[in-house]
Design a binder for this molecule. Structure first.
Ligand SMILES: NC(=O)c1ccc[n+]([C@@H]2O[C@H](COP(=O)([O-])OP(=O)(O)OC[C@H]3O[C@@H](n4cnc5c(N)ncnc54)[C@H](O)[C@@H]3O)[C@@H](O)[C@H]2O)c1
Length: 360
């Protein structure tokens, strides 16, 4: 092939996986198959969102099989996506169909058992949706099983692959906002479910693990229990970067806003990733100036980009954009913020000692 000439062509060309993998979905419900039927209120967001159509659209992978414990879900999956190889037992599916990449889109409760079963059965990569699981012990076991069997474990916090955020990280790497100092999330939602996405993204931007947190939860009753909950919190990363989570339920009606603040400027993502602003410093006057945010050359579904990214992670032998460790940290921060509230809003160091703590 001739040497790619244009920048846009280069982006398309360089992100293509080298091989073509056999792909499968375990869990053929909304996230695995049907969630694109619910596209309302996010016209800016490039679809597909569900894993099956994203796998069909992604380069480097063919959707060849699916498993669900519910036969009706399987029949619907087959009708939608033309996948003939459908199974009510994921182990049988793996044995007969030998997939390389499995999208794991059950709800969180069976996630650890299925992840460990898939890792033991010899798949190359597992791309598991969020929240990663319910307990820290489950997250540890999932990561250990994948390490032991040499399996790439990627958590489907797909904003980590969304090309506006990829470009935002490049802006920071280019020094346009100076050194990243802090990050702010404003969005009324629960800490583990929706904000797994925020916390995995913060981890990617911070480039260091979270070290300690403190939190104030919205409800004493919910803070005393195990269900997912909203509240506010503060996170300090090992390199000194700080993050503020404002997920107070009372702020409902306001949309998801993320802000990345450096010592020379900031990047703001408003209205659930609909608008990106870039502010830097004027080179002569030192005044803040708004600049053109570098929109992507090739705006695509983050789910498609993520699945191609998982193919490339198989080829690279490691997952760097959203590995299991980021999914575990998202769960650990959510639990840590609640733990801080339970102990009187004190500083809580991570990792948490009690691995049986759960959320959701
Ligand atoms: N990333 C996102 O944007 C996003 C959006 C929505 C949901 N999600 C996440 O996706 C997950 C699934 O949510 P959903 O709304 O699609 O749920 P769902 O109930 O619609 O689908 C889950 C499916 O898994 C199947 N299942 C359960 N146990 C199984 C097993 N052992 N083997 C095979 N199949 C099994 C169920 O029968 C069901 O069809 C949740 O963790 C949710 O948080 C992510």
């Amino acid at each position: 092939m001739a040497e790619p000439k244009g920048e846009a062509f280069r982006v398309v060309h360089e992100t293509k996986p080298e091989q073509t993998y056999r792909g499968a979905v375990v869990g053929c419900g909304r996230m695995g198959s049907t969630i694109d039927d619910e596209h309302i209120g996010m016209p800016h967001y490039p679809w597909p969102w569900a894993h099956a159509p994203a796998m069909i659209e992604a380069r480097g992978v063919d959707l060849i099989a699916a498993a669900d414990v519910d036969q009706a879900k399987l029949e619907d999956f087959k009708r939608r996506w033309g996948t003939e190889a459908i199974y009510t037992n994921y182990r049988e599916m793996v044995e007969k169909e030998q997939p390389d990449i499995v999208c794991l889109t059950t709800r969180p409760d069976p996630r650890a058992e299925v992840t460990i079963g898939l890792a033991e059965s010899g798949v190359k990569a597992i791309y598991a949706t969020k929240p990663m699981c319910r307990t820290l012990a489950e997250a540890d076991a999932m990561i250990d099983a994948c390490h032991k069997h040499g399996v790439v474990l990627a958590i489907a916090c797909h904003l980590n692959w969304y090309n506006w955020y990829t470009n935002a990280r490049q802006v920071i790497a280019d020094g346009v906002i100076g050194d990243l100092r802090s990050m702010i999330c404003h969005s009324p939602s629960t800490l583990s479910n929706l904000h797994s996405h925020t916390l995995a993204l913060f981890r990617l931007f911070a480039e260091a693990p979270a070290q300690w947190v403190f939190g104030v939860m919205d409800s004493e009753e919910r803070a005393a229990g195990d269900s997912d909950l909203s509240g506010s919190g503060y996170i300090v990363y090992e390199n000194g970067v700080r993050a503020i989570m404002n997920t107070q339920a009372e702020t409902s009606g306001h949309n998801w806003t993320l802000e990345f603040i450096g010592d020379k400027g900031r990047i703001v993502s408003r209205n659930a990733h609909a608008q990106f602003e870039l502010w830097s410093t004027h080179p002569e006057t030192d005044n803040p100036i708004q600049c053109q945010f570098p929109n992507p050359w090739y705006p695509r579904s983050s789910m498609v980009d993520a699945i191609e990214g998982v193919c490339r992670s198989i080829e690279a032998g490691e997952e760097l954009i959203c590995p299991g460790e980021f999914g575990r940290e998202a769960l650990e921060i959510a639990i840590g913020l609640r733990e801080s509230h339970r102990r009187g809003n004190v500083r809580v160091d991570l990792p948490l000692e009690d691995r049986n703590l759960r959320m959701g």
